[in-house]
Design a protein around this ligand. Sequence first.
Ligand code: SF4
Length: 327
Amino acid sequence: MYELEAERVAEIVRERGYSRVSLQFPEGLKEHALEIARRVRRSTGAEVMVSANPCYGACDTADAQAASLGAEAVFHFGHAGMLEKTEVPVHYVEVRMHTPLRVLEDNLEVLERRVGLVTTVQHVHVLDRVAEMLRSRGFEVHVGLPGGRVRHPGQVLGCSFRCAKSIAERVDCFAYIGSGDFHPLGVALATGRRVLAFDVLTGEVRDMAEKRERFLRRRWAAVARARGARSFGIIIGEKPGQRRVGLALRLESMLESRGYEAYLLHLSEVVPDNLFAFRKLDAFVCTACPRVPIEEGSRFPKPVLTPQELEIAIGARDWESYEMDEM
Ligand code: SF4
């Protein structure tokens, strides 16, 4: 598989006449980085650099850093295209994963009649096949259309569940094809529908209902802790696809108009060490990647809320209208 990716990259390097490029990989693919760099270098003669910084999503392109080192383009692996304006061209190289469907075929009885299909970019290539198989077994199947930062039918991102929301009214349940809990949990929260996660790595089927309840209890606890806060740090992400300055300014005015202290903090990596110096603040709200408060929140000593959770904490929104933060 990686041989193929290296050849595709080499072809583009030759076609465009690049003499220096940078390769960027998410953590799960970094182990292949050196091999791909070696192949591209050998096959094109171009200078090939590998970005060793962490990379979490298609929003997180290293174009500015690469440009500062004289690279003429970035090859960004593992995510579907997202950003259009970049300092040097960014070529997104999607990587498809082997997706065994046995876990779905063996457990069709858990599905209801009208099924919505959702997945992540690594598995989008199987959705047509899955839809055909389900239809042949009598299910009514729906797949949401892409738009905004989503490129493929049925694709969900940690910051966009629009493919799921657009068909939620027409389905009885969602079948998520992929791995991990974060994306199917997000679909359950964003749509209110039953979500069955068919894990193609572990072979398990998980109903997200209980995890959804547990998740909401955890977030309720974070909101409750922030209720007594008087001062807030408003986190603005510096990564190219996470810069929501307008939202941060709106939250700042909302806080100040209600008598709270608010400070705008911009940073690239939203991790506890980078906020240590600001520990006198009572709580934080994150306008960068929505996964930070949701998945990493418990690592921070102070509550880190999503913008919607902040609104709940200060009485500007009801808990009943809890929503996922999306971009
Ligand atoms: S903002 Fe977060 S969830 Fe969205 S693409 Fe970037 S890393 Fe992924």
